[in-house]
Design a protein around this ligand. Structure first.
Ligand SMILES: Nc1ncnc2c1ncn2[C@@H]1O[C@H](COP(=O)(O)OP(=O)(O)O)[C@@H](O)[C@H]1O
Ligand SMILES: [Mg+2]
Length: 278
């Protein structure tokens, strides 16, 4: 397989921002990703759905090189992740080169994103100052603007423990944005939150999507997927089972596995409504 992607005659990029081809990954012989193909266009928002254990987190971690892949290729903005091609051969990039690739990708996890001993402002300034070598003054100015963007203008001095889960996730988003990523990966960013805090995080993500950020979002929030996603990808058992426009996949799934997953999701939503949290 070629390590390069096509460019047009005029030199403009003909490739999607994320181009994953036949990605495979096993843990101790257990094949978790069984040949994932996925393209994400610049500015596109893709919601990744699927039951627990289907490989969603692993796939995001592979894109961000928190996991190595066993087979296939992943390009982000034309750069082959983890490798360089020389004379038709692939060579592993150095740790420093991998770190440079990872810097272009922001990631927000379920929780425990923030450094507990740093204020919100310090959390956001950390990578720009320590990794990108920005001046403290410049990083601070940008961090304050990002806090404003996520609705936390009045919380620069708060430590994570003084913030609600929803506020912490919004700081985590601001912190990821501080490195001006080309791509944002979200792994169930609201699933550890109390229900009343989910909306404020989704609102920030919705705005980010409207501003043109390219995003891959693993979520169980069906109404968010329906509203915000350009495309929904349903994964199960390490393969992409079905994908398409949210209204098609969510309202009119074609595969039995998608149908049963969506039925379960709907049942959980109904149960949650029927039993108000204490
Ligand atoms: N570091 C790991 N070591 C061993 N098995 C793992 C590891 N990470 C994930 N897995 C396994 O891979 C499968 C897919 O996990 P994951 O990607 O977390 O799925 P999802 O995010 O869709 O719930 C699961 O069976 C999980 O137990
Ligand atoms: Mg997961």
């Amino acid at each position: 397989m070629s390590a390069t992607q096509p460019t047009t005659a005029t030199g403009t990029t003909a490739y999607p921002l994320v181009h994953a081809v036949n990605v495979t990954k096993a843990f101790h012989g257990n094949e978790v990703l069984k040949g994932i193909d996925m393209d994400v266009a610049k500015g596109e928002v893709v919601c990744l759905l699927g039951p627990s254990g289907s490989g969603k987190t692993t796939f995001l971690r592979c894109i961000n090189q928190l996991e190595s892949i066993d087979g296939g290729r992943i390009w982000v903005d034309g750069d082959l992740m983890g490798y360089a091609e020389k004379n038709g051969h692939l060579h592993h990039l150095s740790d420093k080169q991998v770190a440079a690739q990872r810097r272009e990708i922001g990631m927000v996890f379920q929780r425990w994103n923030l450094f507990p001993h740093m204020t919100a402002l310090e959390n956001i300034m950390e990578a720009p100052v320590q990794v990108a070598g920005q001046s403290k003054a410049k990083a601070k100015e940008r961090a304050l603007a990002l806090l404003d963007q996520v609705g936390l203008k009045d919380k620069p001095s708060a430590y994570p423990a003084q913030l609600s889960g929803g506020q912490q996730q919004r700081v985590a988003i601001a912190r990821a944005l501080a490195m001006d990523p080309k791509l944002m990966l979200f792994d169930e960013p609201t699933s550890a939150l109390d229900p009343e805090l989910v909306g404020e995080v989704l609102k920030v993500m919705r705005q980010l999507a409207q501003d043109g950020m390219t995003m891959i979002v693993v979520t169980h929030e069906m109404s968010f997927a329906r509203e915000v996603a350009d495309r929904v990808v349903f994964m199960d058992g390490g393969v992409v089972v079905e994908q398409g426009a949210p209204k098609d996949v969510i309202n009119n799934p074609q595969h039995e596995r998608t149908k049963s997953f969506l039925r379960r999701m709907r049942q959980e939503e109904d149960d949650a409504e029927a039993t108000p949290s204490a």
